[in-house]
Design a protein. Structure first.
Length: 378
């Protein structure tokens, strides 16, 4: 298999650091989107790619090694506790592209001008879409669309989606973080991939478009063109643009018929995974919630008083994202909300950590005790 590729990662327009990492070093291509306070996200995503880059063995085995490496490093450093990362990786093995995937980064294939998504997001909202509780359009803009049900660094037991792609000469593949697919829609992605023949130019244009759309997250795109498979090539320009081939070129068209999906999940393993998935859906959601939601805190209201919560204030349709009340305080909510800075108490005032939440409560107390719109000290 002969490949040509380009890649770009950008901090975006809002974030203070870039927690995305990527690899574009034939035969390995990957995108990892890290999460976690302080430096955790950057450490998790780069550690994942470093582990995969150094190791030998099956792709699935390498993903598990990366997961273990992140867990181990997080366990040894309280500052990194709770870090995690998505990982979407492809490796050229002979005439096949092996893929492994965890999280909400994505892989796409442009073939014959059509864009096909090859991965499933492991997110709460994607699950709600599958259950028919959200439309895909609602999911795209849902405030909780970033909450993962799976990530590296969450648990020792990791479910890894796997696929073997049999590419054709002329196919173009894209690996990207949610800072790309969350900012521009798939039609736009398709258009940019179609119009930019050079893979580096395509990656650059994708990142630029996501920034123009707001750049609210880190943005990473890895673009891989398949120039030759099994000795079959196509003209360069068409290869790069993924344009449909006229008959009579030197392309021997698909060994697969046109209709079967290009991604062939491993049959038996897929069934096993399905069975495991059905068994652990509840537990998996719970684990994800424990990791990603229970690390969030906010100050809200309960029974007329200020209260400290673990979780996040809003719940997507029926999925409860706040664990029961942590603590009541003795501060009357009605008094606190007289201060303009606390008037959103009823919706929940989010905090970056438990200490931060406690500090907010203490600021409220100080405000109540100080010269106030009303001296409502308890
Ligand atoms: Ca991201």
């Amino acid at each position: 298999m002969k490949l040509r590729f380009g890649a770009r990662s950008d901090i975006g327009r809002v974030r203070k650091g870039n927690e995305d990492s990527f690899t574009a070093a034939e035969p390995l291509f990957a995108v990892a989107d890290g999460m976690g306070g302080h430096q955790g996200g950057e450490v998790a995503s780069s550690l994942a790619l470093e582990t995969i880059g150094k190791g030998a063995g099956t792709l699935e085995g390498l993903v598990r090694e990366a997961n273990a490496a992140i867990n181990q490093q997080a366990a040894g450093d309280p500052g990194l506790a709770g870090m995690g990362t998505t990982l979407t990786v492809m490796r050229a093995e002979g005439e096949v592209l092996r893929m492994a995937h965890v999280g909400d980064s994505r892989a796409y294939m442009l073939r014959g001008g059509h864009l096909q998504r090859l991965t499933k997001d492991h997110t709460v909202v994607e699950r709600l879409v599958e259950e028919g509780k959200l439309t895909p359009q609602e999911a795209e803009i849902h405030p909780q669309r970033n909450i993962l049900t799976r990530a590296l660094g969450v648990d020792e037991l990791l479910q890894v989606d796997q696929a073997a792609i049999e590419p054709h000469a002329g196919d173009r593949l894209l690996l990207c973080s949610d800072g790309l697919h969350g900012m521009i829609d798939e039609e736009r992605i398709r258009g940019i991939l179609f119009e930019n023949a050079d893979p580096q130019a395509a990656a650059d244009a994708l990142v630029a478009a996501a920034n123009e759309a707001g750049g609210q997250d880190n943005i990473t795109a890895v673009v891989i063109d398949v120039l030759e498979v099994d000795g079959q090539t196509i003209p360069d320009t068409a290869a790069a643009a993924g344009t449909p081939q006229a008959s009579g070129t030197d392309v021997e068209r698909p060994r697969l018929a046109a209709t079967p999906p290009p991604v062939r999940r491993r049959g038996r393993r897929a069934l096993v995974w399905l069975a495991i998935a059905l068994i652990v859906i509840g537990g998996g959601l719970w684990a994800a919630k424990a990791m990603w939601v229970d690390n969030q805190f906010y100050v809200g209201e309960a029974n007329g008083n200020v209260a400290l919560y673990r979780g996040i204030p809003a719940a997507p349709l029926g999925f409860e994202l706040s664990t029961p009340l942590q603590e009541f305080t003795d501060l009357p909510a009605a008094e606190v909300t007289r201060f303009p800075e606390y008037q959103d108490l009823g919706d929940g005032i989010t905090a970056s950590s438990e200490e931060d939440a406690r500090a907010i409560v203490e600021q409220m107390r100080a405000a109540l005790l100080g010269p106030a719109p009303e001296p409502g000290a308890p």
